[in-house]
Design a protein around this ligand. Structure first.
Ligand SMILES: [Zn+2]
Length: 327
């Protein structure tokens, strides 16, 4: 019988090094990957902070490289922990960068959308039924809202259904609108970002709609993307958080099962009168700190919208606040 290589052995053979970088988010450290075979490539960048930069530089040093040696940077999705340092790293290395067209457009526009973001996130608090006294608190938090990332430019698009740098590219909206899955068929590994994780259920984050558009239903999109990934016959997966894994089918099924279970819990909460996203999130995450309130609200409203899509809940607006009720 042939000896099956372990995941660390396969990574070593592929020239892939995992470098965990610290973040100040509840999720903990973020993985970036150094791909040493071929043009020196970094997958994701970590947040913009001195600690994050130092951890990256020292991780690269341990492999005999400097940040300035980077030739390519691939971005899995447009969240701060994954692309915060993109601008500075490109500046230092002159590397080309690859990312979802949405991230690319953001970079090209170069707009500081801090105000619009603040307005959206503060507005959501009222819309989702967060009580006045807590809203006031959170509001003051958002007045400190700083630019999310250093200015950056994405030089190449990772377009859905195309092959770029020998990777099959797939859009997998859900966790973020720009979640991108990259599959290297020849070398049998996939870059999955936060689309598929083993350590936590990826949170389909609330997203700010484009000017005037309706807010998209992130969890509904996420479930559809997971099902699509299930059919793609993935192999060894490199996730944005937690260890690499090679049983993606099982992992996806587990996530889907957990999501279904959580939907059931939330359905029961709504039936018992926890009828706003805030009331549900409060029950699910009683200890969630105020600065992370949107994480809890994202989960609550995501499931409530998914249940509405299934025809089990119905939404209505009362006094400007979004409510749900069993059908
Ligand atoms: Zn992440």
């Amino acid at each position: 019988m042939p000896v099956v290589a372990t995941i660390p052995e396969r990574l070593q053979e592929l020239g892939i090094v995992t470098i965990p970088l610290p973040t100040n988010f509840p999720v903990g450290p973020v993985n970036v990957y150094l791909l040493k075979n071929g043009p020196l490539t970094l997958v994701d960048t970590g947040v913009t902070s001195d600690e994050s930069y130092e951890a990256l530089a020292s991780g690269m040093r341990a492999e005999g490289y400097a940040v300035a040696d980077l030739e390519r940077i691939i971005i899995t999705h447009g969240h701060r922990d994954h692309m915060g340092q993109l601008g500075p790293l490109m500046k230092e290395s002159g590397a080309e960068s690859y990312g979802h067209p949405l991230i690319r457009a953001q970079g090209v526009a170069g707009v500081d959308d801090t105000l619009a973001r603040r307005k959206f996130y503060v507005g959501i608090l009222d819309e989702f039924g967060v009580p006045e006294e807590i809203c006031g608190n959170a509001n003051s938090l958002y007045t400190k809202f700083k630019r999310m990332t250093e200015p950056f430019e994405v030089t190449h698009s990772l377009n859905d259904d195309e092959t770029v740098l020998d990777y099959e590219i797939y859009d997998m909206p859900g966790h973020s609108p720009s979640d991108t899955l990259l599959i290297d068929r020849a070398r049998e590994f996939s870059i999955v970002g936060d689309h598929i994780l083993t350590t936590i259920i990826p949170n389909p984050m609330l997203r700010r709609p484009e000017n005037g558009a309706v807010r998209e239903k992130a969890l509904v999109d996420y479930i559809a993307s997971l099902k699509k990934s299930r059919e793609l016959d993935l192999n060894l997966c490199l996730p944005g958080h937690g260890p690499p894994f090679d049983n993606p089918g099982e992992v996806i099924d587990k996530i889907l099962a957990k999501l279904e279970k959580r939907s059931e819990t939330i359905f029961k909460l709504v039936a018992k009168g926890k009828n706003t996203p805030y009331r549900v999130s409060k029950r699910l995450f009683p200890k969630l700190q105020i600065q992370h309130i949107h994480l809890g609200l994202s989960i609550a409203v995501g499931h409530m919208e998914a249940l509405e899509e299934e025809g089990r809940l119905r939404s209505y607006v009362d006094n400007g606040v979004l409510h749900f009720t069993p059908v």
